[in-house]
Design a protein around this ligand. Sequence first.
Ligand SMILES: Cc1cc2nc3c(=O)[nH]c(=O)nc-3n(C[C@H](O)[C@H](O)[C@H](O)COP(=O)(O)OP(=O)(O)OC[C@H]3O[C@@H](n4cnc5c(N)ncnc54)[C@H](O)[C@@H]3O)c2cc1C
Length: 418
Amino acid sequence: MNFPYKVSFWATEGVKPTDPLGSRNINVDVLVIGAGFAGISSAYYLKKAAPDLNITVVEAEYVGFGPSGRNFGGVTTGMRELRTSFITGFDLEEERFAARYFLNSRAEFEQRIADGRIECEYREEPILMHALDAEAWQALQRESDVLHDRGTPNMLLSGEEVRRALPVPYEIHGGMVLTAWRSVQPFKLVRGFGEQLRSIGVPIHEATKVAEINDDGARVTVATTDRATISATKVVLATNAYTYHMKPFNELLFPRQSYVVATVPLEDATFKSLGLKEYTYIEDVGMTFYYARAYRKRLLFGGGLPTRGLFSPSTVDKAADTDAVEYNRVYEEMQRRFPLLEGVSLEAAWSGPIDITENFAPIIRPMAGMPNVIANIGFNGEGLFAGSLSGKMVVGQVLGSSYIDPDAERVRRYLNSN
Ligand SMILES: Cc1cc2nc3c(=O)[nH]c(=O)nc-3n(C[C@H](O)[C@H](O)[C@H](O)COP(=O)(O)OP(=O)(O)OC[C@H]3O[C@@H](n4cnc5c(N)ncnc54)[C@H](O)[C@@H]3O)c2cc1C
């Protein structure tokens, strides 16, 4: 099959990078590398905390080129919601605090969208995680208990209840609804956040790729592939799984590519036959899940266990983005679950790298041996909401203890401690 590859289903065609740095040399207080949710929020909260600070963002391609513009648009209520059952070193009190912190920050996230008048199709859309066999159903029930204990809103549904709400043509043993989730059109959101950042006086140099970073302990010198030199007091590294290309940082993350296909808009009867009625965003239980979302009469379907196995090394490049073997796997699984889609035409096929860390939590701290380079990476496939707030944790790391937000700092410490 010839897959209609796109960088992202959500992106408008022909995005042109603006304001490249070229070969100019500049001096800044803070340089942020990467213009996804994490990089933009780092620059945003730094500028809010210290309006006189000279902050610049550089982005290798354009705002939202990475997974921030390619994801499924699920707005979680916090961190590690899909992976609770894999977490070790679980401190219930700190988990509760973190869950409350993120839930309470939802209003702030929504206010930013409202302030920026960002049209991003933000709406209430709970996710239904469903169990396809008895073992997965047991795991889901355990997971629901853990999530309840830490204060993440959820609701269990029996197999019968799921079948009524979600009459899909395959067997389901039970489900858990993460009731407080929202959804967005992710590309529109990240582009909107980018515009908002520019509007408060932070330039974003697109088509500006960092090649090398050196921290001599006093100042950081950054070289770009166009031979510009940027001298900065502090650098925030918000390069997600692309960090894999940056020695010596590449061993912090395990990149895991996720593949998605989107059908063309379907005939009414075919669309109805999918059964995505009450729940339009669904996902399997476990580490190797498939996920699906109905969007404007299309089915978006992705994820799953890579053909080469879960822990096989994944490259983070164009070859990985256009790996036909993986798209075939996803396409076949979509048709197996929804037989009426056999031979369906596709509108888009796209993928993105996910930055998995050892404890499924982000790394927000100075890099080893580089005290002035602060990492803001490792969102483990749940970085839309948490990445958008991560800047609040970065501020104290960059500007020092008098700028620390105590609640954000407590969560950061916990996430970086185990
Ligand atoms: C298919 C898929 C579905 C997903 N679904 C969801 C979901 O429903 N909900 C959710 O919360 N999360 C989801 N995620 C994860 C989410 O998209 C990420 O966690 C989040 O976007 C990470 O944001 P970021 O800013 O860290 O990274 P990115 O968006 O990757 O931004 C990093 C940026 O750094 C730039 N960069 C890299 N190297 C350099 C360099 N050397 N110089 C300059 N710039 C550089 C890149 O071009 C990129 O734009 C999904 C991910 C994928 C792939």
